[in-house]
Design a protein around this ligand. Sequence first.
Ligand SMILES: *Cc1c(COP(=O)(O)O)cnc(C)c1O
Length: 405
Amino acid sequence: MIGKARELDGADPLRDFRDRFHVPEGVIYLDGNSLGCLPKATPGVMARVVEQEWGEGLIRSWNDANWFEMGARIGGKIAPLIGAQPGEVIACDSTSVNLFKLIAAGLQMRPGRKVILSEPGNFPTDLYMIEGLERQGLAQRRLAERGRIAEALDEDVAVLMLTHAHYKTGELFDMAALTKAAHDAGALVLWDLSHSTGALPVDLDGVDADFAVGCGYKYLCGGPGAPAFAFVAERHHADLQQPLTGWFGHAHPFAFTDSYEDAPGIEQLQCGTHPVLGLAALEVGVDLIAEIGVERLYAKSRALSEFFLEALHDHGVDLPLVSPPDSGVRGSQLSFRHEHAYAICQALIARGVIGDFRDPDILRLGFAPAYLRFEDMAEAARHLAEVLKSGEWQKAEFNQRAAVT
Ligand SMILES: *Cc1c(COP(=O)(O)O)cnc(C)c1O
């Protein structure tokens, strides 16, 4: 397998991009879907922003270094990765906070309707954010299994809120079909693109989506806790009223007036002073992912996961796959079920193969296409086969029990 892997790496049009990231020595990193690798350019940019723009420029840098525009500027660079217009996306806050703003805005745009429809097992924060609004008496949470979402759409549903690529299984929703079904029922749709952006193509405007959010620290490599982004289709900009009416969302923040007036464009999604340092790091990741191009990333992501499955098969490993077997309908990851998934994950980490465990029995391996090689796939498959055969995970399991008791 390793010979074939090296051949594929030699022919990989993205092979030179690996060198633009810091990938730690001796590590095969299969968790770029949780925290993306550090672009090598980031520390230099951060040093400049800290030492020059902050250290020397101080308050003047809000204008001289264009700090004010950062959220909209970076949003404009994320837009083509998700099929949006530059004026429809802004980098701001966390994904959770952006969910809150857009769910609340959606409720207000559908008076008389209170239901936010999602699926059980969606990413926890997405479901929790609905609950928060439910506690305020503003929303009502309804969950329907993925096969039954269309029938759960009725005249009470204000917003259909789903995650495009499921965090645990990688299974994709058909964005076009569900957006249309929501619209046919008179509801708005809010897509969470946290596990899609930077790995798979998304066409928000093409499917006529209303709202979307996504994460900056996963495939976009913006660093731990990087600002997230929010999308609002331009047709809604005039009617939108999001509840976190901080001064950065004001039409004239420096008029210092007593009353709030929404900024006319996507800037109305901002709340308080934005985190300049976090945005500076995010911009490096976004620029690099945009330079590689989402179509090429997607093609490689599919090829990597297919090759990994082939390599596992070659080693005689037959773990139940929780992800869809067809790479065309899954995100950039493979999840396997094993009752000792936690221990297996720990044994892999001890060998330098970093994936993750998702409760209760899932081993999740992410294939960030910007910096992984086919050789990594062959090696990771070999390690997994060896871990399973040697039983060394039993030791890791013993350690887990010891840690718990
Ligand atoms: C990672 C992720 C988030 C993260 O939300 P934060 O507010 O950044 O913690 C939200 N939704 C989904 C689907 C995710 O995968």
